[in-house]
Design a protein around this ligand. Structure first.
Ligand code: FEO
Length: 384
């Protein structure tokens, strides 16, 4: 795949591993992207996952057209991109690695060497001339690891953005970018909103025509849209004024109340969606909580606390920096309801989360009183 006259895509599609990073479901696979810039000097941008060494080396060989690479630019040391560094360095003994100081420390741990005689250590704003193309390096710590750098090619106006602007799904999967990019962002990078915001401020000063991420499609149209979405995500701002109802239900009673609330909100014209936490994708629930402005958590009481799927969900929110949101609770309990208090306690791990005092209480099954409470909650949510 040709990105520009001198830049080629040499990455691979992973249709084998059902889980990315050992935990994220990727039903449409995953891509590990790598690129080659051919100029007076040749730079290879990152390697790929260790399961795809032979395919990547073949892609690289074809792109080189008989020439030898001068540089391997390592933007990120997570093994989905760095696994083939040692293989590359053995195959191309004249090549030099260009990366951050921290990345070379990680190479020592991964490969037993920090290539001290075959390396160029770069810091913020350092440049590397390839001939017509000049790469300028942008440090991007914690997007998604501390050693991360990005690079900008001023000739073709291309930003090599490391994990940022990536997406789940192999390159040949047809799906909307936003949904899988959101699920990817909040699952993987969501906790690091502040560093992402810092890098976005630096990116705003660049004239970018194309973004080449390490996962997902190359972005070459409507760049401001992607930058705007990332700015929102990094700032933990909701994308929409709507409501996400997350529920867990053992015998269907809590579900009935949650769906009744959804119906009432929809009737009032509120954008609303609901997910059963025991049956939906965990990363999808996390992404929906960040997408919507308001969150309703409906859970049964369990073991003197809250149902495990709800406990894990709220813990996940806290772990990923969930903040500045309005939350509403629905609790169920047949003999000693404790879910609401347990959920409130879990939300103490989040900053600036306001929990409504108007809590819907179900005593085993939904009845006229519960329906009235649900109606009152729907009115409060719609009014806020
Ligand atoms: Fe795609 Fe953080 O590695």
């Amino acid at each position: 795949m040709q990105i520009s006259q001198d830049i080629k895509y040499i990455g691979v599609n992973d249709r084998i591993n059902p889980l990315f990073e050992g935990q994220y479901s990727v039903p449409k696979g995953m891509s590990y992207n790598s690129y080659v810039i051919t100029d007076e000097k040749i730079a290879v941008m990152d390697t790929v996952d260790g399961g795809f060494t032979a395919e990547w080396l073949e892609n690289l060989k074809a792109a080189l057209e008989g020439r030898k690479p001068d540089y391997l630019v390592v933007h990120h040391m997570e093994p989905d991109h760095s696994a083939n560094i040692a293989v590359f360095m053995e195959r191309y003994p004249e090549a030099v690695i260009v990366s951050s100081q921290k990345a070379f420390g990680m190479m020592k741990n991964f490969f037993g060497t920090d290539y001290d005689d075959r390396r160029i250590v770069v810091v913020e704003n350092d440049t590397l001339s390839l001939g017509k193309h000049t790469l300028t390096f942008v440090t991007a710590p914690m997007v998604h690891w501390p050693e991360v750098i990005m690079s900008y090619d001023s000739l073709d106006k291309v930003l090599f953005s490391a994990d940022a602007f990536g997406k789940f799904g192999a390159l040949d999967s047809e799906e909307e970018w936003e949904n899988e990019a959101r699920r990817y962002y909040f699952g993987i990078v969501g906790k690091f909103g502040m560093p992402v915001s810092g890098v976005l401020k630096k990116a705003a000063k660049l004239d970018i025509s194309t973004i080449c991420p390490l996962h997902g499609p190359v972005l070459s149209e409507n760049i401001p849209h992607y930058l705007e979405l990332y700015t929102k995500w990094a700032a933990y701002e909701p994308e929409t004024d709507g409501v996400f109802i997350a529920y867990t239900s053992v015998y269907g009673n809590t579900k009935k109340a949650a769906l009744s609330l959804e119906e009432k909100l929809a009737a009032k014209g509120c954008p609303v969606i609901s997910l059963d936490l025991a049956r939906c994708d965990r990363a999808e629930a996390l992404a929906m909580a960040f997408k919507y402005k308001k969150l309703v958590c409906a859970s049964t009481t369990y073991n003197g606390g809250v149902f495990p799927f709800m406990r894990d969900f709220i813990t996940d929110l806290a772990d990923h920096g969930y903040k500045s949101r309005q939350v509403y609770l629905i609790e169920n309990g047949s003999w000693a309801p404790t879910a609401a208090n347990a959920m409130k306690k879990l939300f103490e791990g989040c900053n600036d989360v306001s929990i409504s005092e108007n809590i819907v209480k179900i005593n085993s099954a939904v009845n006229a009183e519960t329906i009235a409470q649900t109606e009152a909650l729907a009115e409060e949510i719609a009014a806020q």
